[in-house]
Design a protein around this ligand. Structure first.
Ligand SMILES: [Ca+2]
Ligand SMILES: [Ca+2]
Length: 180
């Protein structure tokens, strides 16, 4: 009797183990697939995009979103600010590169939906000099991607961001740590 019981236990243990293995395999596969989707922007695509996309124009001093930014960050020195709808809602947002006490930072000001109220992303490190902003919907889907390039003592770097939940998420980049 006890041998049969042990046998049953071991069969159940094997079944449970098999189920766990299958679940882990599925989880791992979906993680890998997601990774694959996120890494669609590779070095070649990034380089081509930067070469072929013109630089975004700086907004004038009296730009309405720039005024909102200055009211919120009165001590930040704006180095470059460019308008584009980077949240794919049809309303302009503003990508601002500014000099703050802690160094140069990029902050994205996004429209809340009424062209009057705006959200601010957390400041992220920005290049020290020769900052440029480009906008291009690289994957031709959803949000327009933001490309920031710059230099520090001749070291060139760039990063490609996409706005996700109000924050610029770094999709691909190179040398950014050397130029920030
Ligand atoms: Ca927008
Ligand atoms: Ca896109």
């Amino acid at each position: 009797m006890s041998i049969i019981k042990k046998l049953e236990d071991s069969i159940w243990a094997k079944v449970i183990l098999a189920v766990i293995v299958v679940v882990i395999a599925f989880a791992a596969r979906s993680v890998l697939e997601n990774k694959h989707e996120e890494s669609q922007i590779d070095k070649q695509t990034a380089g081509k995009t930067i070469r072929e996309t013109s630089y975004a124009e700086a907004v004038p001093e009296d730009d309405s979103i720039l005024q909102v930014f200055k009211n919120t960050y009165p001590t930040a020195e704006v180095l470059l600010a460019c308008r584009e709808d980077v949240t794919d809602d049809g309303l302009d947002d503003l990508v601002v590169i500014c000099k703050m006490e802690e160094g140069n930072r990029t902050i994205v000001v996004t429209d809340k939906g009424d062209s009057t109220n705006y959200d601010f992303s957390d400041p992220i490190a920005a290049p020290v000099e020769n900052q440029k902003i480009q906008f291009k919907n690289i994957d031709k889907e959803g949000e327009i991607e933001i490309i920031i390039t710059g230099e520090k003592k001749g070291a060139v770097g760039y990063a490609i961001y996409r706005m996700i939940d109000g924050q610029p998420v770094d999709l691909f980049g190179e040398g950014m740590e050397d130029c920030c």
